[in-house]
Design a protein around this ligand. Structure first.
Ligand SMILES: [Zn+2]
Length: 677
C-alpha cells in the first residue's frame, strides 16, 4: 500500500459517469475540472469520498454500526490505493450561535487557558489590581502598615444583602462573639436583635481589638486565622482612630472596596459555561426585547378595535375585563384612540401594575372595591416567548421583539468579573474583537510585556495560539475576528477555516477532497489558498480539488477534465495530464486555458430604465457610513476583497430593507440613514 503511486478507480458509474477508469497520482495536488454538471463531484465526492467513508465505517464494531446505518456502496467496480479520506466542503458550518471562529479554530480555547493562568484581575468597582495573600503575608502587612496602632480585626459575613438577620446574630453570639459592625457602626449583639429586612446591609463580626506591636504578634496570628475562617477567606482591618477599613483576602480581592472574585479557571472565560456566561443573555451577547412600535404600530386606533396587536379586537376575556378596570380607574374608554389614553394608564397596560381602588356606583349609591392585578402586555409576551412549549407561539411572541445587544455585558457575552481579567491591558473579549491580523501583531509584541513568571506559565499556550493564527493568515482569513459567529461565515470562509485547522492537525497519509475552495475568494487571496494546499501535500497527503479556477489548475500537479457536456452528455474524462499537456488538447477547457476562446465583453451595455435606489449612511459591521446609488434595470456587480463589506451592504442592509417593504419580511436591516428611490 505504501508504495502505491496511484489511487485507481475502475468502472465508476455514479450519476452520469460513463463507466470510467481513473488513475489519480498520490501525494500530489490534483484538480478535477470541467463545466458545471459534467460529473466532477460525482467522481470526487459520490465515488471516491463515499467509498472512503464506507470503508471507514466498516472498521467500527457491529454495535456502533447499528446506530450509523450501513453506507451504500457507491456504483463503482473497484478502488485501489485509497487512503483515509477527509472532505472539506462548504456546507459544514455549525449554525449554533455559540460557535465562533475562535471556538472552531480552538484559538479561543487556548486564550481561555492563557487568561486563567496568566491574567491579572482588576476590581470592577475601583479599577484597582486585585490581590490575594497568604496568612503569613497578611500578618506581615498588618504588622508593618498598622505598627503601634489600635486596630479592630473583623470578618465580613454579609455584603450588600437584604434581610433582618435575626438568626445570624443569634448564631454569631453562640460562637462567643459579642460585637458586630452593622452598616459601618460597631454594636453589641443584643437578644432578639434584627434589622430592617427591606434594606441592604453590610455585617462584619468583630473578632478582636488589639494594639499592633511585637508583643501582640502571636495573638494577631490567631486572630487572623479566626477572622479568615469566619469571613470565608476575607478579613477587614479597621484603624480605630480614623475608622478607615482595609481588606485582606486569600482569594482575589479589591483592596479598597473588598469585593472578591473566585479563582479563575478556563470556564471563567467561556460564554458557553455558567461560570463565565453573562447571566442576562446566557452568553449570547444579544437579548430579545419588546419593540412597542410592533405592539402598537398605530396609536390612532382604539384598544377595542385591535390597536394592541397581540390582544386583537375586544373579546370577552379576563384580560379585557382588567383593561376595563384600568380604563374606569384612569378615566378613559377602550373605544378611545390609544394616543389619548393617559400616559400613566398606558404604562400599566404595557408594564403591569397592582392597585386596589373604589368606585361609587351612580345608580345604586354604593361604593364597590375593585382590584387591578395586571401583569402587563410586555411580560405576557416575554413569558410566552420564554416558557411556551409551542414553537408557533414562540414565533408569534418573537414577532413583537427586536434582537438587541445585551445591556448587561454590552454584547461581550461574559460576566463582569471575567471581563476584568486583563493581559497587557486587554480583556479576553477585547482580544476576540481584534481581527486575525491585529491579533497576530498583539501576540508578536506580547513577550516583552509579560513578567518572567507569566512567560514561564504561558510559553506553551502562546505557541499553540500563534501557530493557529498563522494557519488562518495562510489561508487569507486575516480580516476575520475571533468572535465572529460561524453561522455568519460564507461557505468559502468556513471551508478555508476547516482547511486551516486541518493543516494545523499535521495528519499525514490522508486524501483531502475539496469542493471549489476558491469560491468567494478575491484574486489577492487565491495564492495564499493554493500555498496552503501545497503545504498540505508537502507534509505527505494527497489533495484532490474540484475546481474551475484557472490559477488552481495552473498550480496542480495533475489535472482531469471531465466532459464533454453536462448531464448525460458528460461523465467522461476528456483530457488528463499536467497543465501544460491538457492546455494543448482540443477540449473546451483547453480552449479557454490556451486563450483560443474567451468570454466576450459586450460591445453595448444596457441603458437601464433611468431609475435608481440610493442608500445613504450604511454602517453595519465594518461599513464606514457608505452611500451608494444602484441604477435599475441593469445587471450590477458589487466587488471588493474578502471581508470588505460587500455582503453587509447588499445582503444585510439593502435586501432586508426591500424585503421588509415589499414582502413584510421580519429581518431587521443593519444600520443605515436613508433610502431613496
Ligand atoms: Zn449579556
Amino acid at each position: 500500500m505504501k508504495d502505491q503511486e496511484y489511487i485507481e478507480v475502475y468502472g465508476a458509474r455514479a450519476h452520469n459517469l460513463k463507466n470510467i477508469n481513473v488513475k489519480i497520482p498520490r501525494e500530489k495536488l490534483v484538480v478535477i475540472t470541467g463545466l458545471s454538471g459534467s460529473g466532477k463531484s460525482s467522481l470526487a465526492f459520490d465515488t471516491i469520498y463515499a467509498e472512503g467513508q464506507r470503508r471507514y465505517i466498516e472498521t467500527f464494531s457491529a454495535y456502533a454500526r447499528q446506530f450509523l446505518g450501513g453506507l451504500e456502496r457507491p456504483d463503482v467496480d473497484k478502488i485501489d490505493g485509497l487512503s483515509p479520506v477527509i472532505s472539506i466542503e462548504q456546507k459544514t458550518t455549525n449554525k449554533s450561535p455559540r460557535s465562533t471562529v475562535g471556538t472552531i479554530t480552538e484559538i479561543y480555547d487556548f486564550l481561555r487557558l492563557l487568561f486563567s493562568r496568566a491574567a491579572d484581575a482588576y476590581s470592577y468597582n475601583t479599577g484597582e489590581k486585585m490581590v490575594s495573600y497568604s496568612d503569613e503575608q497578611i500578618k506581615n502587612l498588618i504588622l508593618n502598615d498598622f505598627k503601634d496602632k489600635r486596630i479592630a480585626v473583623l470578618a465580613p459575613v454579609v455584603k450588600s444583602r437584604k434581610g433582618h438577620y435575626r438568626e445570624l446574630f443569634e448564631q454569631i453570639s453562640k460562637q462567643g462573639f459579642v460585637k458586630v459592625r452593622v452598616d459601618g457602626e460597631i454594636k453589641e449583639i443584643e437578644k432578639g436583635m434584627r434589622l430592617d429586612r427591606y434594606k441592604t446591609h453590610d455585617i462584619e463580626v468583630v473578632i478582636d481589638r488589639l494594639i499592633v506591636n511585637s508583643s501582640s504578634e502571636k495573638r494577631l496570628v490567631e486572630t487572623i486565622k479566626t477572622a479568615l475562617y469566619t469571613g470565608n477567606n476575607i478579613l477587614m482591618v479597621i484603624d480605630v482612630d480614623n475608622e478607615k477599613p482595609r481588606y485582606f483576602s486569600k482569594e482575589l480581592m479589591c483592596p479598597i472596596s473588598g469585593i472578591a472574585y473566585p479563582s479563575p479557571e478556563p470556564n471563567t472565560f467561556s460564554f458557553n459555561s455558567p461560570k463565565g456566561a453573562c447571566s442576562k443573555c446566557n452568553g449570547l451577547g444579544i437579548t430579545n426585547e419588546i419593540n412597542f412600535n410592533k405592539v402598537i404600530p398605530d396609536n390612532s386606533i382604539s384598544i377595542k378595535n385591535g390597536g394592541i396587536i397581540p390582544l386583537g379586537e375586544e373579546k370577552n376575556s379576563w384580560i379585557f375585563k382588567q383593561l376595563h378596570l384600568i380604563a374606569d380607574r384612569y378615566g378613559f374608554k377602550l373605544s378611545d384612540a390609544i394616543k389619548s389614553i393617559p400616559e400613566e394608564a398606558l404604562t400599566i397596560i404595557l408594564n403591569g401594575g397592582n392597585e386596589k381602588f373604589s368606585i361609587a356606583s351612580k345608580t345604586m349609591g354604593v361604593t364597590r372595591k375593585y382590584e387591578i392585578d395586571f401583569e402587563g402586555i410586555t411580560s405576557f409576551i416575554e413569558n410566552q416567548y420564554k416558557s411556551s412549549e409551542s414553537r408557533s407561539i414562540k414565533r408569534w411572541a418573537k414577532g413583537f421583539m427586536d434582537e438587541v445587544t445585551c445591556s448587561t455585558c454590552e454584547g461581550k457575552r461574559l460576566k463582569k468579573e471575567s471581563l476584568h481579567f486583563k493581559i497587557n491591558e486587554k480583556s479576553i473579549s477585547d482580544l476576540a474583537k481584534l481581527d486575525i491580523n491585529e491579533l497576530a501583531e498583539w501576540f508578536y509584541n506580547l513577550n516583552a510585556k509579560l513578567s518572567e513568571r507569566q512567560l514561564t506559565i504561558a510559553s506553551e499556550i502562546l505557541k499553540e495560539i500563534k501557530t493557529r493564527i498563522q494557519f488562518l493568515l495562510d489561508v487569507g482569513l486575516d480580516y476575520l475576528t475571533i468572535d465572529r459567529t460561524s453561522k455568519s461565515l460564507s461557505g468559502g470562509e468556513a471551508q478555508r477555516i476547516r482547511l486551516a485547522t486541518q493543516i494545523g492537525s499535521q495528519l499525514v497519509g490522508v486524501l483531502y477532497i475539496l469542493d471549489e475552495p476558491s469560491i468567494g475568494l478575491h484574486q489577492r487571496d487565491n495564492q495564499k489558498l493554493i500555498d496552503s494546499l501545497v503545504k498540505l501535500r508537502d507534509i505527505g497527503n494527497s489533495v484532490l480539488v474540484v475546481e474551475h479556477d484557472k490559477d488552481m489548475i495552473e498550480h496542480a500537479d495533475f489535472v482531469f477534465d471531465i466532459g464533454p457536456g453536462a448531464g448525460v452528455h458528460g461523465g467522461e474524462i476528456v483530457s488528463e495530464g499536467t497543465y501544460q499537456e491538457i492546455k494543448e488538447h482540443s477540449t473546451l477547457t483547453a480552449d479557454y486555458l490556451g486563450g483560443r476562446r474567451e468570454i466576450e465583453v459586450p460591445k453595448n451595455r444596457r441603458k437601464g430604465n433611468g431609475k435608481s435606489i440610493k442608500i445613504t449612511g450604511a454602517s453595519g459591521n465594518n461599513l464606514k457610513s457608505v452611500t451608494a446609488e444602484f441604477p435599475l434595470g441593469k445587471m450590477i456587480c458589487v466587488t471588493g476583497v474578502s471581508g470588505s463589506g460587500k455582503s453587509t451592504l447588499i445582503n444585510e442592509t439593502l435586501y432586508p430593507i426591500l424585503n421588509k417593504h415589499i414582502y413584510r419580511g421580519v429581518k431587521e436591516p443593519m444600520p443605515y440613514k436613508k433610502l431613496q428611490v
